[in-house]
Design a protein around this ligand. Structure first.
Ligand code: FES
Length: 113
């Protein structure tokens, strides 16, 4: 993995399942690590609508439902897909190597609402 020093290790692949995201932390910010089939995705954990933790939400297909007011986001893109959520989540590019999940902090991006 070239430039590995720039990547941040979040967890092991075994820490995440399809139904149970893993709450990781990067510099004080909680992140949600999701597994969809054999791919992994990372979004911010905090719902953009309020205090809901998306790691405690319900994963349904490519979406996660916030446990607070049942708004939804697309896990792959961070786009808000159901009210009351309108603002997208920040997402990061994921790198999997040697059974561990990393993100490139410089890859943080937000879809246009
Ligand atoms: S806090 Fe997530 S939908 Fe309101």
């Amino acid at each position: 993995m070239s430039g590995a020093a720039n990547y941040i290790e979040l967890c092991a692949v075994g820490d995440v399942t399809q139904d149970t995201p893993y709450k990781a932390n990067m510099d004080g910010t909680d992140l949600a690590v999701f597994q969809l089939d054999d791919q992994y995705y990372v979004t911010e954990d905090l719902c953009t609508h309020g205090p809901g933790s998306l790691c405690e939400g319900y994963v349904d297909g490519d979406e996660v439902e916030c446990p607070f007011h049942q708004g939804k986001f697309n896990i792959k893109t961070g786009v808000a897909t159901s009210a009351p959520c309108t603002d997208p989540l920040t997402v990061w590019t994921v790198i999997v190597q040697n059974g561990k999940i990393f993100i490139d902090p410089a890859s943080a991006r937000k879809a246009t609402p």
